[in-house]
Ligand binder design. Structure first.
Ligand SMILES: [Zn+2]
Length: 285
């Protein structure tokens, strides 16, 4: 991959230049990007538009979920609905030529424990991403929050030789810590019900039809969400949440992100550098 920094408009380079010089990262652009979220359909709702943009720029996309969505039915057994939802997730990934991986955890009981930690690290090593997208640390349900922690940890330790996953054969370790981005919380609201307005956002209007096609691969979920969440149509809710961020940015639809910039993680905003032509500014709520 060419260095996307070179494609930045001059004003953007100037705006980010001083912050970047202090925090140079050694993580090089592998051309592989991983979205790792809790359940099948989360990626499609929260960041598929951005993944489509990245795919269109030549990046290889990897999609992973912690569970196969075994809790997502009022009628089928966990095993039956999981089998169905794995096929739906793969069909969605196929639409953007992405690979799909499942960490085989169960809905509602995703836990921060050694076996799970190792599975997440192994998937990350298989995908070899230089940039990772997951849920924000605080979100409406704990499966999302635990996934956020597990993915954050995997970014940190997937490069450590002594972090053994016990997979046979084990995938090679990462070289460096990937760029880590958190998607918006569900409904663009925090757990107190207050609106969240991400500092990084991209116009997804032109790719909404494909994003919707990916989401509708999860056909089993329409009825489940209607019964459990009281939402009549989950495609409509995805459009509504994207439109809410879009309105705040002066476009029809947008997706928002926040970058993890804690100690040792890359701090230059690589995602915005790559998608500079899609970048929009979101006004505070
Ligand atoms: Zn979810």
């Amino acid at each position: 991959m060419i260095n996307p920094t070179l494609r930045l408009p001059a004003d953007l380079q100037q705006r980010r230049g001083s912050a970047n010089s202090e925090h140079k990262t050694h993580m090089t652009d592998s051309g592989h990007i991983l979205a790792f979220m809790a359940h099948p359909d989360d990626i499609e709702i929260l960041c598929a538009g951005t993944l489509i943009h990245l795919r269109n720029k030549g990046y290889a996309i990897h999609m992973a979920t912690m569970t196969a969505g075994d809790g997502g039915s009022m009628d089928l057994s966990g095993e039956e609905i999981a089998r169905l939802r794995l096929k739906e997730a793969q069909a969605s990934a196929d639409l953007v030529q992405a690979t799909y991986h499942c960490a085989d955890e169960k809905d509602f009981v995703i836990s921060y424990q050694p076996a799970t930690i190792k599975r997440v690290v192994e998937i990350m090593r298989i995908c070899q991403p230089f940039l990772v997208i997951t849920h924000p640390p605080s979100d409406y349900m704990l499966d999302h929050e635990l996934t956020s922690q597990l993915v954050r940890n995997a970014c940190f330790c997937a490069g450590a030789p002594n972090m053994k996953t016990e997979a046979l054969p084990a995938a090679p370790r990462l070289v460096g810590i990937p760029y880590l981005y958190y998607a918006a919380p569900i409904e663009n609201k925090d757990i107190w019900g207050s609106p969240v307005r991400p500092g990084i956002a991209f116009d997804t209007t032109e790719v909404m039809n494909l994003k919707e096609a990916m989401l509708t691969c999860h056909a089993s979920q329409r009825e489940w969400l209607m019964q459990h969440h009281g939402i009549d149509e989950f495609v409509d809710s995805m459009r509504r949440w994207s439109a809410e961020l879009g309105k705040a940015a002066g476009v029809a639809y947008a997706e928002g992100f926040r970058q993890h910039r804690g100690h040792a993680y890359p701090r230059d905003d690589k995602l915005t550098e790559i998608l500079a032509d899609k970048q929009v500014e979101i006004l505070p709520a």
